[in-house]
Design a binder for this molecule. Structure first.
Ligand code: ATP
Ligand code: MG
Length: 327
């Protein structure tokens, strides 16, 4: 069975962008692929090293988010990055042959550095794509469901794998990215990316009232001021949400908006209904898991223990390929 490695940083709760970008694919493919879901707490520290205490709460929030959208713990494994020290070991080995210039020119690193206002990048932040390559390759993943901000990192991983295989021994798998139906959902503020650290997200855990309110205030085509003005759906955040969560009606909405046949208020109500229909069963499942935190912890603990076996197996192969082993 081929393998999937995918995951999230525990920097906050997951949102509808994650759902459309990656979670939907995880849930759909978990029956065809052996699925490993990483809660990337070390990677979260690259931007949140000053408040490590936030990890404790968020690690389990992320686990619940994954379980409530339909990740089945009997077939998929959820694990915590920092509890697999082999990933850190592999990161160090890779870091010997990855050039810092390649990292400095990585477009996602550049845009995230700008977003966080970093001028002088830390060693850990600049190098997180290398650590991510270790996440993907320690378990020899074939496929990585993710949003399009991850594409430069997957490309780097592919290069690292090829380099390792030619330098030492061809034992690693070259992974492929798999984008979701909305690889970059914009934020309600009109920002090109909905991000859990950006304060512009509709969370999977939001109540229907919160969803209605957020959509009511979401940015639309700013050129459309009056009801009789024709809209441009391609410039409208709300229309991107229609495409991701109301696909059956989105063509019709597009036509109506273009000829001013529907106003923003009605269009937003229609979206809120569609989104709440998707979110309702997720909310139900969340309630069950929130009421049984012991089970959630057990799922993550068991998943992590199992993954550690795979990690040690690969590391033994890697150390041997690199002739590291002295006794
Ligand atoms: P942070 O702001 O803390 O980095 P994030 O919202 O970017 O949080 P991550 O945990 O970094 O979330 O990413 C998890 C996965 O979700 C990645 O595959 C990423 O590409 C995807 N993703 C994140 N935001 C979006 C979005 N707005 N649209 C589609 N996919 C997204
Ligand atoms: Mg991110």
């Amino acid at each position: 069975m081929k393998r999937i490695l995918t995951g999230d940083r525990p920097t906050g709760r997951l949102h509808v962008g994650h759902y459309a970008g990656s979670l939907q694919n995880r849930v759909r493919l978990q029956h065809e692929y052996e699925t490993f879901i990483i809660i990337a707490d070390v990677q979260a520290l690259t931007t949140h090293f000053e408040k490590p205490e936030m990890l404790l709460k968020n690690v389990f929030e992320i686990a619940i988010d994954n379980l409530s959208v339909g990740i089945d713990p009997n077939i998929s494994k959820i694990f915590i990055q920092s509890m697999i020290p082999q990933i850190a070991e592999l990161t160090i080995f890779y870091s010997m042959f990855v050039s810092t210039n390649v990292l400095k020119h990585n477009p996602t690193i550049k845009s995230e550095a700008a977003q966080y206002g970093y001028n002088d990048l830390t060693y850990g932040f600049l190098g997180y794509p290398v650590s991510q390559a270790a996440d993907i390759t320690f378990c020899k993943a074939d496929l990585v469901p993710c949003g399009d901000d991850q594409l430069p990192h997957i490309e780097l991983t592919r290069k690292i794998v090829r380099r390792f295989n030619s330098l030492y021994k061809p034992i690693l798998t070259v992974p492929e990215a798999l984008l979701g139906n909305s690889p970059r959902l914009p934020g309600i503020d009109g920002n090109a990316k909905m991000g859990k650290s950006l304060g512009n997200a509709i969370y999977l855990s939001d109540s229907s009232e919160e969803v209605n309110l957020k959509i009511k205030n979401a940015k639309t085509d700013t050129n459309r001021i009056l009801l009789k003005d024709k809209g441009n759906p391609n410039l409208c955040t709300v229309f991107q949400y229609h495409k991701a969560f109301n696909s059956l009606e989105s063509d019709n909405i597009m036509e109506m908006c273009k000829k001013a046949g529907i106003g923003c208020v009605a269009c937003k109500k229609c979206l809120s209904n569609a989104m709440n229909i998707v979110l309702d069963p997720i909310r139900e499942k969340r309630k069950e898991y929130e009421g049984n935190m012991d089970l959630v912890k057990e799922i993550v603990f068991t998943g992590t223990e199992e993954i550690r076996k795979h990690a040690e197996e690969t590391m033994r192969e890697i150390r041997s390929a690199m002739s590291i082993g002295y006794f």
